[in-house]
Design a protein around this ligand. Structure first.
Ligand SMILES: *Cc1c(COP(=O)(O)O)cnc(C)c1O
Length: 405
């Protein structure tokens, strides 16, 4: 059964209707559509347009009456393979790929709201998401209320008013705050809001927001989905109704499209994502536990540690703590910088979810655009570092951290 209304027909995914494939098998095989050449690996269709055998066929294609691609801003065979595969992994009816995580975040909300609509969001989030919600959307008369993500009472008060969209980033970047997605989704649905989850930090491997009650999931595929530091991309996943009625009309005409080349990189990345994220998760858990024993460290923020304030909720909704650790040092910025500069294996870089372990100082880089007050609310101080644990052997990462101390 094609999940693509405009005519993409994947290779039959299940050997028979009773045989439900393991997610890892789907990650390798779902969405595959071979050309007449019978190529083994997914083909790269690096083309913007498509031709027609007749004027009538062109007219029919634009009428969505035939299985024919019309333009890569709308759909493209390689992009469709990536979208179909990620939709299967996520358990979503539809997926739409975008050019970056931020275009996914913006489009997922902008397609739903109009002047006078109200958005409620958890306050701790990636700084560009914060700018979209507090500076860009308000320019069009959309109101926004930020709540303390781990406080059920403030959610209940905020969601007693008519609300169009609830936006949750859980875990949050960089301090790994956790929001109870099921609890907030229940409250949001009572006032008719659509719940959108930025699931970047958990990845499709460790958290399934749609099964927790959320309506829409968005990703920066730049992070764990590529996971090898090569391409910028994003994805939005949700129901047929959301994608067909709201997202597609918005995205097809505003054009934050994914490049077919990047989609080709990503469709292959999905094959190994499960193994990569599991390895990163296991290493991060060991490193977080090691960091907790160090006298130089004031606190370690990691959803897989019992010391995390929302550890119980993390256990309920995530199958692992993830690849990223928030680290607060006892000493001032100069010492923290000295520590970063002493690392020999771990790179200084503001990306995350990469095969290379990366460390950053959020207050002076990724989150510098936020005022000191907003930074403080998110737990970002001058003594905080964010460590993204990669695929190097954990023994070398532990040795590197130890020698830098
Ligand atoms: C990186 C990131 C984004 C933005 O993704 P890009 O691909 O860089 O545009 C959005 N949300 C979170 C939580 C992120 O970490």
């Amino acid at each position: 059964m094609s999940k693509r209304p405009w005519g993409y027909q994947p290779v039959a995914e299940q050997p028979d209707p009773q045989w439900s494939l393991h997610p890892q098998t789907s990650a390798v095989r779902s969405g595959l559509a071979r050309s007449g050449f019978g190529e083994t690996s997914e083909a790269l269709y690096l083309n913007s347009g498509f031709t027609y055998t007749s004027a009538e066929q062109a007219a029919e294609s634009f009428n969505d009456e035939t299985d024919h691609f019309v333009y890569s801003r709308f759909a493209n065979p390689t992009i469709a393979m990536f979208e179909q595969r990620l939709a299967t992994i996520e358990g979503a009816e539809y997926c739409v790929g975008t050019g970056s995580g931020m275009s996914a975040m913006f489009a997922s909300i902008a397609c739903l709201v109009k002047t006078g609509d109200h958005i409620v969001a958890s306050a701790a989030m990636f700084s560009s998401c914060y700018v979209v919600l507090t500076e860009i959307l308000p320019k069009w008369g959309v109101t926004i209320e930020l709540v303390k993500g781990n406080d059920p009472k403030t959610w209940a008060v905020a969601l007693s008013k008519p609300t169009k969209v609830v936006f949750i980033e859980s875990p949050s970047n960089p301090m790994l705050d956790i929001v109870d997605i099921a609890m907030v989704s229940d409250l949001a649905h009572k006032v008719g809001a659509t719940v959108i989850v930025d699931n970047v930090m958990a990845s499709p491997v460790l958290q399934k927001p749609l099964t927790l009650g959320a309506d829409v999931v968005m990703y920066s595929a730049t992070k764990h989905i590529d996971g090898q530091g090569r391409v910028l991309a994003g994805a939005i996943l949700g129901s047929a109704a959301y994608i067909q009625e709201h997202l597609n009309p918005f995205i097809r005409h505003t054009g934050p499209s994914l490049s077919p080349f990047n989609a080709w990189v990503l469709v292959k990345s999905l094959e190994t994502m499960g193994m990569r994220v599991e390895q990163m998760n296991n290493s991060a858990q060991a490193i977080a536990q090691f960091l907790e024993t160090r006298p130089e460290i004031k606190s370690v923020r990691y959803p897989g540690l019992k010391s995390h304030p929302e550890y119980a909720i993390a256990c309920k909704q995530m199958s692992g703590g993830g690849s990223t650790i928030g680290i607060e040092f006892n000493s001032p910025k100069a010492d923290v910088f000295k520590f970063m500069n002493a690392l020999r294996v771990i790179d200084i870089s503001n990306n995350l979810g990469d095969s290379k372990s990366l460390i950053t100082h959020p207050a002076s880089t990724t989150h510098r655009r936020l005022t000191p007050e907003v930074q403080a609310e998110m737990g970002i101080t001058e003594s905080v570092l964010r460590l993204s644990v990669g695929l190097e052997h954990p023994s070398d990462l532990l040795k590197d951290l130890e020698q830098a101390f």
